[in-house]
Design a protein around this ligand. Structure first.
Ligand code: PMP
Length: 287
């Protein structure tokens, strides 16, 4: 089936969708994105993603080209026409395509933002076998820019980080700055000690994960303790458990960090439970 995508107000077959070579997303990574997961044909945490999108645009002085209501309509229409039961919707908004390459921002009145959405079909997303085995991470230096709270499409270093992990026989990398773990290449990072979940506090240093917010809320509701503080990779290597969260992986246990095996090397008690609660509660609120 040819995928139907959305580009600047039109639904098109993916083979006919086009963006200008002068688009600032292409030339300057001048754009932001969101990934919303779909379970049972419904959107998980759509509101959270729409709110963060508006914030990212605002932080970069970009106009928001679409209302939340219209954005929901587009998401739902793409799910419908592409018959997505489990998967993701990728959304990207760039500062548009001026008539030439220039570092200065174009006038938003004459250069409208580019907006693109497409679906990613991932049957079995919720029942991922990886969640039963757990993942291995390595640590790498965090050399990204200082506004990681803005969800920009500058993903070269995270991409390189995934390749470094792959080369080392691991699944992902946790990044380290000034001796402390910031986050994973495309996810938030957590360790567990006893009944306490430890994760870095929100700041410009990390992306404010939508899944993070939900999982911390569910953890507290389930009487688990949450400590939002810095932790080192050495502390992580000695933790009882570790895990990551993101919209596309939900809660995923980590069983090995820089070669150190956590517990007995299988997902512990907390991460799988949180995954279960997250999926159950999010599905209830899916729209
Ligand atoms: N941190 C980074 C660097 C990410 O790229 C992502 C996912 N895009 C996350 C955290 C997790 O955010 P969310 O739960 O909103 O997907």
């Amino acid at each position: 089936m040819t995928r139907t995508v959305y580009v600047n107000g039109e639904y098109l077959p993916e083979t006919e969708a086009k963006v200008s070579i002068f688009d600032r997303g292409f030339l300057m990574a001048d754009g932001v994105y969101e990934v919303t997961s779909v379970l049972g044909g419904k959107l998980i945490d759509f509101d959270g993603h729409a709110i963060r999108l508006a914030r990212s645009l605002n932080e970069l002085d970009m106009n928001n080209p679409i209302s939340k209501e219209d954005l929901l309509v587009v998401h739902r229409e793409l799910v419908r026409v592409n018959e997505i039961d489990e998967g993701m919707i990728y959304l990207q908004i760039t500062r548009g395509a001026p008539s030439d390459r220039d570092f200065a921002f174009p006038d938003p009145d004459t250069t409208p933002c580019t907006i693109v959405l497409f679906t990613q079909n991932k049957p079995g997303l919720a029942n991922s076998p990886a969640a039963k085995v757990g993942m291995k991470v390595i640590s790498i230096e965090d050399i990204r820019w200082g506004r990681r709270d803005i969800k920009t499409v500058q993903l070269l270093y995270p991409s390189m980080g995934k390749m470094m992990a792959k080369k080392a026989g691991a699944d992902d990398a946790w990044m380290i700055e000034d001796g402390f773990v910031t986050e994973g290449t495309s996810n938030n990072a957590y360790i567990v000690k006893g009944n306490t979940i430890i994760t870095r506090a929100l700041s410009n240093d990390i992306l404010h994960g939508i899944t993070r917010a939900a999982v911390l809320r569910f953890a507290q509701e389930a009487q688990m303790d949450v400590e939002e503080r810095n932790f080192t990779i050495e502390e992580a290597m000695q933790a009882d458990e570790a895990f990551i969260t993101s919209a596309s992986t939900f809660v995923m246990p980590v069983v090995e960090i820089d070669g150190a095996i956590l517990g007995d090397g299988t997902p512990g008690r907390v991460a799988p439970r949180l995954r279960e609660i997250y999926l159950e509660e999010s599905l209830k609120k899916a729209i």
